[in-house]
Design a protein around this ligand. Structure first.
Ligand SMILES: [Zn+2]
Length: 287
């Protein structure tokens, strides 16, 4: 029952994130909430939306994805972001079932990751629309990373087999004596990989926003997780780009924002990292 209400609360937070994301103006700060004042309008006809057109997910379904006044299609971003945000608020379920943290740390980790995932939603949708990632969102991720380092240190939940989303495989990659050194090294590696790619491709493949995002993810995930989320993200990006070219939605020269792929790679690591590595290692009989 608690989770049902958390999910509903998440849907409402999601409709708020949609407004933040779609009204975001690169000249202003994302967290400048003056942008949020004023009623919502249909972007096509400008009609002011009434309360029953603003109910998360349901309004979209009842109106069959169309504006009630002009009949123009409403962006799929609205219900998708609302649902995603609803599921984000179910993360405490994941932490209480799949981790062995003591209760206070379960609550702290849940809160940190809810904030991280909501930030991901903003980064993904803004990068998708404008091909840029606001600095203040990358800074938020890094700050959440430092908070996570502090709580991991406090609860002594770091070691050979702890604190990594690839489980015991992390031990193969070393640097597990100090949580702070491990995470700072993750940030350095993350920024270096993207920096190198920017130099080689002369900035056509990735941009400074991606570099800062990888550094922030490095602080959050540490080593070697940062390397793996990048590998997963690149892999997903390659497949999706190939599909877009095959179905002629894009050509070789068109720009594809990399942020959403990095986030997809991060989610893959978060939920499936350990299992994917186990499958990989057992396939090649390595470990
Ligand atoms: Zn309209």
């Amino acid at each position: 029952m608690t989770y049902f209400f958390l999910f509903l609360f998440g849907l409402i937070v999601g409709s708020f994130l949609n407004v933040v994301s779609l009204r975001y103006d690169p000249e202003k700060n994302v967290f400048d909430f003056r942008n949020l004042l004023g009623r919502s309008h249909c972007p096509s006809c400008g009609a002011t939306l009434s309360w029953f057109e603003l109910v998360p997910v349901l309004s979209f379904l009842i109106q069959r994805g169309k504006c009630m006044t002009c009949g123009k299609k409403i962006s799929w971003q609205y219900p998708l972001v609302e649902l995603a945000s609803g599921f984000v608020f179910l993360l405490p379920l994941y932490f209480s079932n799949y981790t062995l943290y003591p209760l206070p740390q379960t609550l702290i980790e849940s809160a940190v990751w809810i904030a991280v995932f909501l930030t991901f939603i903003l980064i993904g949708t803004i990068d998708y629309r404008l091909y840029l990632i606001p600095d203040e969102l990358n800074i938020s991720l890094a700050l959440l990373g430092f908070f996570r380092i502090a709580s991991t240190t406090f609860y002594a939940q770091f070691g050979e087999f702890q604190g990594s989303f690839i489980g015991s495989y992390a031990a193969l990659f070393g640097l597990r004596e100090s949580v702070i050194l491990n995470h700072l090294f993750g940030a350095l590696i993350g920024a270096s990989i993207v920096g190198l790619i920017i130099l080689i491709t002369k900035g056509r493949g990735m941009g400074m926003g991606d570099l800062k995002l990888m550094a922030a993810l490095g602080v959050l995930f540490g080593w070697p997780d940062t390397l793996f989320l990048f590998i997963f993200g690149t892999f997903i990006g390659a497949i999706v780009s190939l599909a877009l070219i095959l179905f002629q939605k894009k050509n070789m020269k068109s720009q594809v924002p990399f942020g959403p792929f990095l986030i997809a790679g991060t989610l893959t690591l978060f939920f499936f990292g350990e299992n994917l590595l186990r499958a990989y290692f057992s396939f090649f009989n390595l470990y």
